[in-house]
Design a protein around this ligand. Structure first.
Ligand code: SF4
Length: 272
């Protein structure tokens, strides 16, 4: 397996730029395992990213990759998928890039149910651009832009994309790596807008400022506070308070946008 994954990487670009203890590499590995186990043709994969720590991942991936502007990965990916529907298009984004600057693109790509696989690395902070709080920074946490504690409530981003129209939604963590791989595999199988939130750890920009301990301690926190979706259904709301749910959260079947678009073109050509 490691050899197969290595073959999908631009190893000449290593060592990577992520800080020691960062969870980004774990998410990237889960994604590559999922691609390998799904048997995708690697010549037909495009990975698109925006800007941020997570968005550096495509630089290490030996596919066709596009490192775009901040928050706009989904706009680029939509254009690629519309022009070449036969490609498997992945979007790698972070919580700042994907839910703040790119939040509008996110809800409308989900609404269209266009066949993209979005992996959102949630490290709770804008890591690369200075440690500002994002829409996924929990209330009360510290950031360079919230030195007295964040006043805003955070999104449940999985609920948001589900409400917007995504047909596959899952949440994993960098502690539960097997689950994360399985979620990405399910996202790949889904014909439509697929969204996987990968809860990650940023021991440097986020953990240090919020006194969350070392990287292993942050991983243990994920282990102790994640609740599998089946178990969560049987739990009282008070017991779930402060925890978060992982697993496959939503799945449905709905018309996919590039197929609808192809149908429209065909109808126009036929003059009907
Ligand atoms: S700032 Fe945080 S997310 Fe960015 S590379 Fe460092 S540990 Fe990772």
């Amino acid at each position: 397996m490691l050899k197969d994954i290595e073959g999908m990487m631009r190893t000449g670009r290593l060592p990577h730029i992520w800080c020691p203890g960062c969870g980004n590499g774990i998410v990237m590995k889960a994604m590559l395992e999922a691609i390998h186990e799904s048997g995708l043709n690697t010549d037909k994969i495009v990975v698109v990213s925006g800007i941020g720590c997570s968005s550096r991942a495509p630089g290490y991936l030996n596919f066709d990759t596009v490192h775009t502007t901040h928050g706009r990965a989904l706009a680029f990916a939509t254009g690629i998928k519309l022009a070449k529907p036969e490609l498997s298009v992945f979007v790698v984004t972070g919580d700042g890039d994907g839910t703040a600057i790119g939040g509008n693109h996110l809800i409308h790509a989900a609404r269209r149910n266009i066949d993209l696989n979005v992996i959102l690395f949630n490290n709770n902070i804008y890591g690369m651009t200075g440690g500002q709080y994002s829409p996924l920074t929990p209330q009360g946490r510290f950031a360079t832009t919230s030195p007295y504690g964040n006043l805003e409530r955070s999104f449940d981003i999985c609920d948001l994309v589900r409400g917007a129209g995504a047909t596959y939604v899952g949440r994993g963590t960098v502690y539960h790596t097997k689950l994360l791989t399985e979620l990405v595999k399910s996202a790949i199988r889904n014909k439509g807008f697929s969204f996987v939130e990968a809860v990650s750890i940023c021991p440097v920009s986020y953990g240090r400022r919020n006194k969350l301990g070392s990287a292993p301690e942050m991983l243990k926190w994920l282990r102790d506070n994640a609740v599998a979706v089946k178990a969560a259904r049987a739990m009282e709301p008070e017991k779930l308070a402060g925890k978060f749910v992982i697993g496959e959260l939503y799945r449905e079947t709905a018309p996919e946008y590039t197929e609808l678009y192809a149908g429209l073109i065909a109808r126009i050509k036929e003059g009907s």
